[in-house]
Design a protein around this ligand. Structure first.
Ligand SMILES: O=C(O)[C@H](CS(=O)(=O)O)OP(=O)(O)O
Length: 238
């Protein structure tokens, strides 16, 4: 049986033992959805960093820069944190360096100790589940949340993933049961639940990015598996 635990916010990541385990990091709104959508469309790789200054160093080396502060594109960057920007044809084959408020921080923390880091979003949840079934190793699902707080959309991703794995998995913490229950309660209407109850829905509405929400809330939009290789996230080939 695969042992699954869920970390609902990176603030408590130190309570989880990541050594020897696969970490699945998610930030449904919007960092990991941008990565999945961009890589699926043809982006070559994404390097996640924490600071704007780090991204600007990559920009000097020819990287496309992406991300936000306060949900808004950093002025010097090429693009912001909308999946539609990351999917544009002009970035196909390009390498992106990305920094966001929550998502790239969670990925950077996970890579310090996890055996492997997988990038998950609702967009590719089924493919992540299939890969994890094949690996048959213990998993920690890390939700980026929002500024240290848990978020509904990332918890729903955790529940969607656990739902797909539950026949082969043992849930080892209450957070995993809570995430599964939340997903089951959504009863196929994940997008509506996020739209109606998630605080991030209100923030995106204020940023005039409502279409990002409906895009990111789609389950199984694509079937790619982004994995962290050293510094860069690329699509895992079979
Ligand atoms: O752009 C986003 O959706 C958020 C920014 S904010 O925290 O809502 O201001 O960043 P992310 O790291 O992708 O959650």
């Amino acid at each position: 049986m695969i042992k699954i635990e869920t970390c609902l916010t990176p603030e408590i990541l130190s309570l989880h033992q990541l050594e020897g385990k696969i970490a699945v990091v998610t930030d449904v709104l919007r960092a990991t959805s941008c990565m999945v959508a961009g890589l699926n469309a043809g982006v070559n790789s994404v390097i996640p960093v924490i600071k704007v200054e780090e991204a600007l160093e990559y920009q000097k080396k020819g990287f496309i820069t992406a991300g936000e502060r306060g949900g808004v594109k950093v002025e010097e960057f090429t693009i912001g944190n909308s999946p539609f920007e990351h999917m544009q044809e002009e970035y196909h084959g390009k390498d992106i360096c990305m920094t966001t408020t929550n998502g790239t921080v969670a990925i950077t923390e996970a890579k310090k100790t996890a055996k492997e880091v997988i990038i998950g979003a609702l967009l590719n949840v089924g493919t992540v589940a299939e890969y994890l079934k094949e690996q048959n190793q213990d998993i920690v699902i890390i939700c980026a949340g929002w500024k240290g707080n848990p978020s509904l959309e990332d918890t729903l991703f955790a529940g969607a993933l656990i739902h797909r794995l539950q026949d082969q998995a043992e849930l080892t913490d209450d957070a995993s049961f809570m995430a599964l229950a939340q997903y089951q309660q959504a009863n196929g209407k994940v997008a509506d639940v996020i739209q109606n109850y998630a605080s991030h829905a209100k923030r995106l509405s204020g940023l005039k990015a409502k279409s990002d929400l409906s895009f990111c809330a789609q389950e199984d939009y694509c079937s790619i598996l982004p994995i962290l290789n050293g510094e860069a996230i690329t699509i895992k080939k079979n």
